[in-house]
Ligand binder design. Structure first.
Ligand code: FAD
Ligand code: NAD
Length: 401
């Protein structure tokens, strides 16, 4: 009898947890498992603000897929997914077409531009190892090429962060750590440099605990971040951002962190979606497609208490990966009953650079050094889930305080 073919698209948080769970289960011998990813490495998206600012080497955030996935049990294909032909049960990659019996879509997200003119052309995004390496190099180049004597240096050392959500705030925190180092290295006075955090909503981190938001803003302001709140950016040009009140701020560097939408493969493949995310059934399958599971940032699930979608997070992607692996195992064993997924939200912790962080764990508010240590423990916990203690020792954040 032919073994069922399971194809997992995307080796991010969700896809890696599915693959690693399946390889340890009976599914590894009862099914043919294939993992497809654009790169031959897995990176931790949640760490990317650090290499973007240059406070961490990008290699620390990534690992070769075959160093954590047993490629004798899970076939790995390095390829770019172009389209899912859901009615033919095929996936089109850049260089081949794959058949599947069961598909897992875990292709993550892309930055949400809201169609704002100039963003795609002129702004940077914190999205992948390649995108953050580019940001880091670009920032350094601004310092290296700054010439105090030359005219028209406006904006060279003005760094604009669009959106003060969690990504924008975490990146601002890293920038406050990195800028003093760069100033010293390139003999540039700190007061020549501006870090601007521009937010459309009436507060930074909208929806988060007010006391912690105030704490975060105070920490960042004390390190020189300038906030512009209630001020949507309406246009980006090659050398400026234009705000809603028509103010133009000269800058060579705009890092765009105004939220995300699901991977474009979702829309290009004709799935019904909201901002590129498929509203999945409780068992994580795409409505109308019993053979397709969707997890992580490509999936949309509703918080029944607030009746609003859960924000896309690694925390949820990891939990969905585990539930999806259980459901695939059940299907391979011929069972019909599926695990119903409900996220178990443990809290939210955001770093502010250095030894500062804020967060809510359970119902407890945490901040400062202890929050920063908790953040590192969360980062290490994922590595432990994926590769046990050896991976924590190799890639973890071991300096807690
Ligand atoms: P990802 O982990 O993004 O992985 C998607 C994978 O698909 C990648 O390997 C990518 O290369 C691959 N891929 C994409 N397109 C293709 C294609 N066409 N073909 C082949 N492969 C493809 N969440 C938290 O819970 N806690 C945090 O502290 C946190 N911090 C964050 C910090 C930053 C700076 C950012 C940007 C996000 C953060 N998030 C955090 C959100 C979290 O990173 C995402 O929700 C999470 O990464 C989603 O996991 P995923 O498996 O869906 O996708
Ligand atoms: P987000 O949606 O959380 O925040 C985006 C921010 O940009 C919002 O505050 C929004 O008001 C603002 N904005 C939108 N349009 C704007 C405009 N034109 N001009 C200025 N500001 C504008 O998105 P994010 O920060 O990119 O995060 C993406 C996802 O990743 C979220 O689900 C988030 O919770 C998660 N995340 C979590 C952590 C953490 O837990 N530590 C860290 C980073 C990201």
């Amino acid at each position: 009898m032919n073994k069922p073919k399971i194809v997992i698209l995307g080796a991010g948080y969700g896809g890696m947890i599915v693959a690693s769970r399946l390889q340890k289960s009976t599914v590894a011998k009862d099914a043919e498992i294939t993992l497809v990813n654009r790169h031959d490495y897995h990176y931790q998206t949640t760490w990317l603000h650090e290499p973007a600012a240059g406070t961490m080497h990008h290699d620390k955030t990534r690992m070769k897929i075959d160093s954590v996935i047993d490629t004798k049990k899970v076939n790995f294909i390095k390829g770019d997914v172009k389209e899912i032909k859901k009615d033919e049960k095929k996936v089109v990659l850049d260089e081949m077409v794959l058949d599947y019996d069961y598909l897992v879509v875990g292709l993550g997200a892309i930055p949400e531009t809201f169609g704002i003119p100039g963003v795609k052309e002129h702004a940077f995004a914190i999205r992948s190892v390649n995108s953050v390496r580019l940001i880091k190099e670009h920032i350094e180049y601004q310092f290296a090429s700054y010439n105090k004597q030359a005219a028209d240096q406006d904006g060279k050392l003005t760094f604009v962060i669009a959106g003060a959500g969690f990504t924008g705030i975490e990146f601002a925190g890293e920038m406050t750590e990195r800028i003093p180092e760069l100033c010293e290295y390139y003999d540039i006075p700190r007061e020549k440099v501006r870090i601007l955090s521009i937010e459309a909503a009436p507060t930074a981190l909208p929806g988060f605990d007010e006391e912690l938001v105030e704490y975060a803003m105070n920490v960042l302001e004390s390190r020189g971040v300038e906030f512009k709140i209630s001020m949507p950016i309406k246009e980006v040009t090659a050398d400026s951002v234009i705000l809603n009140d028509d103010t133009e701020i000269k800058t060579n560097t705009i890092v765009w962190t105004t939220g995300v939408r699901g991977n474009p493969v979702i829309e290009d493949s004709g799935f019904d979606s909201m901002r590129g995310r498929i509203k999945v059934e409780k068992d994580l399958r795409a409505p109308g497609y019993e053979d397709i599971f969707v997890i992580g940032d490509c999936a949309l699930i509703i918080n029944e208490e607030t009746e609003r979608p859960y924000p896309p997070t690694a925390q949820i992607a990891i939990q969905q990966g585990a539930a999806c692996a259980n459901n695939l195992k059940a299907l391979v064993e011929g069972k019909k009953e599926m695990e119903q997924f409900t996220p178990d939200i443990k809290g939210t912790v955001a770093s502010l650079g250095g030894k500062e962080a804020i967060g809510i764990v359970g119902t407890r508010k945490i901040y400062g050094n202890s929050a920063s240590a908790v953040k590192k423990m969360i980062d290490n916990r994922y590595l432990f889930l994926l590769g046990g203690m050896p991976l924590v020792i190799k890639k973890g954040k071991l300096k807690m305080f």
